[in-house]
Design a protein around this ligand. Sequence first.
Ligand code: CA
Ligand code: CA
Length: 277
Amino acid sequence: MKKLTLILAILTVLTVLALPAAAVEAGKNLGELPQTTEKITIDGKKDTIYDQGLKFDTTLMKDAAQTNPATSKVYVLWDGKKTFYVFAEITDKTMSEWVESTYKASPWTLDSLEVFFDFANDAKKRDQYRIDNAGKPTYYDSKTYYEDLNKYGFDAWGFQKTSNGYNVEFQISSYATAIKAGGRVGFDMLLNDMVDGTRKGSYFASSLESKGTVAKFDYITLGSKVVTVPVATTKAAATTAAKATTAAAAKTADVSVIVAAVAAAALAGVVVCRKKH
Ligand SMILES: [Ca+2]
Ligand SMILES: [Ca+2]
C-alpha cells in the first residue's frame, strides 16, 4: 500500500508539472478602450473624436537614455469590430534626416513611433507597426519585414510635420484574430529618438519594460462604451438655436391665429346655419 501511495503521489506531481503554463500577457491593464463609429481621416491631423479615446503620454514610457528626450501624447480608439485608430503628437527637437537605405535596412534608427499588438493576447506573436518622421510606414512581425502592409492589418497611415516634431496616425486591423468587446489585446509602444545619428532614446510604454518581448506587453481591454463628438455648445450655436426657437414660436403663433380664425368662422357658420333652421 505504501508503494502504491508513493507511486500515486509521484504521478500527481508529474501531472501537475506537465500542465502547460497559461500563456497570457503578464502586464497590467492599460484601460478600457472606447468604441467609435465616427469617421476618422487618416492624415496625421487630430480628429476631434480622439479626445474621447484612451490616452497615453511619456510618463508611461521607460528606458529613457537622455536628458532632453522626444515625447509623445498618444490617443487610441477602436471601431467595435476589428479596427484600431492610433494618433500621436510627438515632440522631437533633434529630427533625423530620412535616408532611404536606412529606412530599408534599419528603420528603427530613424525618429519614429512603433505600435505593437498581440491581438490574441496569448504572448505567442507580436505585430509591430511603425511610422517614421518622414511618414514612411514599416511592418515587422517577430521575424522579418514585409512590404505588403495591408495584408498584415496596416490599413492606412498618416503623417504631418509640426513646429516642434511630427504627428503620426495609424489605422490597424486585427487581420487574423477575431476580437470583441470585453476581450483583451496585448499592447505596447516604442518611441525612437535619434540624436546626431545615434539612437539616444527608445521609450517603451509597457510597465514591465518589454523592450519588444511579447510576454511582457501590457494589455488594453476592448470596451463596449461608444463615444461620439460632443454637440457644439458655442455662443454661435446657442444663438442659432435661440433664433430657431423664436421662428418656431412665430410659426406656432401664426397657426394659432389661423386656427382661431377658422374656429370663429365655423362658429359664425353654425350661427348662420341655425338661423336658417
Ligand atoms: Ca486624422
Ligand atoms: Ca530625434
